[in-house]
Design a protein. Structure first.
Length: 226
């Protein structure tokens, strides 16, 4: 049974979400603030976290940053729940490591579909075991690990999927909407900033190897061996 942790300070909403998730066969637990959510995530290693943006004491963005800095929680997919639906808010959410962003009010059906889509695309079973070496970069899909010049680079599951998608199509242009479909499981909706934000963060984490990810202006990205 897959475990989902809900970090939400509105108890009525958190309890309703937990009930609906249990009805769908998930194990659901609740934390009502960011600090206890971080503790619970590190202790229980849930398969996914539903994270409210507006939390008391510690904002959801800070919680997400902390999750991404902890080796025990770095790969846990996170869906942010928020009443803020402006583009800048979504971009900030992705920049701190969220895998998806759902704006309140949302339907239970929509949220469940998003949850299942994220769980499907972040499942390690979707990658065929192999090691891809491109210059100083080594991608081991069996171990779900990345090394640059022998040094391990910690990536989120979505970042790993994005890197793998670019690497296995070395030298070939990947349109933004194609990456949205292949990595995020989305059909094209006109909003491709998700891809751009993740590419920026991925390049930063890869250091010198990040220069192998080239921007094809107006179209998308491709990876080329230096």
């Amino acid at each position: 049974m897959q475990k989902i942790l809900i970090i939400e300070d509105e108890k009525d909403l958190a309890d309703l979400l937990a009930f609906n998730l249990r009805q769908e066969g998930f194990h659901a637990s609740v934390a009502l603030d960011g600090a206890s959510g971080l503790e619970q995530a590190a202790a229980d290693a849930p398969d996914m976290i539903l994270l409210d943006l507006m939390l008391p004491g510690m904002m959801g963005t800070e919680v997400c940053k902390a999750l991404r800095k902890n080796e025990r929680t770095v790969a846990i997919p996170v869906i942010m729940l928020t009443a803020k639906g402006e583009e800048i808010d979504r971009v900030v959410g992705f920049e701190v490591g969220a895998d998806d962003y759902v704006v309140k009010p949302f339907s239970t059906r929509e949220l469940l579909l998003r949850i299942k889509a994220v769980l499907k695309r972040t499942s390690p079973d979707r990658l065929v075991g192999s090691v891809i070496t491109i210059g100083p970069l080594e991608i081991d899909t069996d171990r779900h690990s990345v090394r640059v010049k022998g040094e391990e680079v910690i990536l989120t599951t979505t970042e790993f999927k994005l890197l793998h998608s670019l690497a296995e199509r070395l030298g070939r242009l990947q349109h933004r909407d194609t990456l949205l479909k292949n990595v995020w499981g989305y059909t094209y909706t006109g909003d491709t900033r998700t891809v751009d934000t993740h590419i920026t963060r991925l390049r930063t984490k890869l250091g010198a190897a990040g220069d192998m990810i080239k921007t094809v202006r107006g179209f998308g990205y491709k990876m080329e061996k230096e």
